[in-house]
Ligand binder design. Sequence first.
Ligand SMILES: NC(=O)c1ccc[n+]([C@@H]2O[C@H](COP(=O)([O-])OP(=O)(O)OC[C@H]3O[C@@H](n4cnc5c(N)ncnc54)[C@H](O)[C@@H]3O)[C@@H](O)[C@H]2O)c1
Length: 249
Amino acid sequence: MSRYEGRRVVVTGAGSGIGRATTVRLVREGATVFAVDRDDAGLRETAGLVEDPARMLSHQADLSAEDEAVAAATAAAERLGRVDVLVNVAGILRTTPVTSLDLEDYRLIFAVNLHAPALLCRELLPHLPDDTGVIVNVTSTAATKAHPGMTGYAASKGALLSFSISLAAELAPRRIRVVPVSPGGVATPLTADKRTYAGIDLSWYARTYPLWGRPGRPEDVAAAIAFAASDDGAYLNGVELRVDGGSHS
Ligand SMILES: NC(=O)c1ccc[n+]([C@@H]2O[C@H](COP(=O)([O-])OP(=O)(O)OC[C@H]3O[C@@H](n4cnc5c(N)ncnc54)[C@H](O)[C@@H]3O)[C@@H](O)[C@H]2O)c1
């Protein structure tokens, strides 16, 4: 597979789960990936999994901080020279009933899940080529499907979905595509300890995968991202791509 031969890609959240699987997949398909995560050890682990470690450039940053997000984008542009694709994967999940809402928690969720992707778009769009540039934002089925106990997370993903739809129209004059990709439940560290929280039973979540009766795998989402950002997805723009085994229906 060489859909990404010569392409330069920025992937955030590359130190675990979906971001790691995306990095591994895109390097295998020929890309050079600038891999960002706050977790240095996670990045090193990902580097040990990619087919050609020379085509993964690691950068540690806490993307909830504006200066670190800007510095990551600057480093990406410098080290890659050009950025063909931006894949915003980094995200956090907090489960809290709204009666115990902690505004600081909401601020952090929005900083990572919405503000960081928006900042990276702002900083990297000058480096994305007209006609072929692509931005993929990893949202969630939580954006449009009730996720009790996850209101802040769901709201942040809904905001990222709306952001992506409007950005696609904003960038249409440059023919840069924006594709929001919404996974359903995927077995990663993000969801591993979230079956119950503060008395809220989240077990319903595990019963919503009609297709294979299992949660998604990071590789399922990586394959969809690889499609969406490649030339195969050239007519896909501003529309949510759900990767959820049918759990939304
Ligand atoms: N796992 C699921 O069920 C699921 C479902 C729908 C959407 N998603 C979304 O997919 C994305 C990836 O999730 P995952 O399941 O792979 O989770 P994960 O926890 O395995 O990976 C998330 C990565 O983001 C990084 N990260 C978090 N905060 C950061 C910050 N401030 N700065 C830099 N990096 C940061 C983490 O270090 C981690 O490596 C997230 O946006 C998540 O909301 C996941």
